[in-house]
Design a binder for this molecule. Sequence first.
Ligand code: DX5
Ligand code: ZN
Length: 214
Amino acid sequence: MKEIIISPSILSADFMELEKEITAVKNAGVKWIHIDVMDGHFVPNISIGVPVVKSVRKKTDMFLDTHLMIENPEKYIEPFAKAGADLITFHLEASENYGTENLISLVKSFGKKVGISIKPKTKPEELFPYLDKIDLVLVMTVEPGFGGQEFMHDCAMKIPSIKEHSPEDLIIQVDGGINNLTAKVCTSLGANSLVAGSYIYGSDDYEKAILSLK
Ligand code: DX5
Ligand code: ZN
């Protein structure tokens, strides 16, 4: 069986200790970190921006999994790519103006991996035309905007049909309310990447929390 990719969300980390917080999950064997970018429009919260990604990039060789919860992602793909993001995931619901195909091409033009995310109310079928053109699908299992919310089981039920329509190597990631129990629900349905923020960074033993997700 293929390895499950764990992507700790630094949204729940202590920002005053960000370097330590990132090194701690790396030392626990993790290769990815998840960076939640929020603009206060697409979601009702503001979080991390380009300068933080740039600073993080200087200090770590971990894979920077960048989740853009923003309107008009076309305006910010180049800055995030140049800041050092490795994967840029935009929301399908934010792709109307520029067009989904164009957003995919734009991310790829910077030599980056590309992902598309869907919010809880978006149907999985809407992703089908793009599944063979991208590297990752991100299924939100909470309404995007905040860490620490409760996992929505209905959203995880989208995974099997996405998997059925996906090429073998597509990464299917889930984000929101992931803990040791909900992780198993998602991986048994076909997810192979788990984002976890409060479960890891809210625990007193990051390594133990990470191992319990696998
Ligand atoms: C929510 C973000 C998540 C968040 C997950 O909008 O996209 O990545 O950090 O947090 P937890 O794991 O606490 O639900
Ligand atoms: Zn996220």
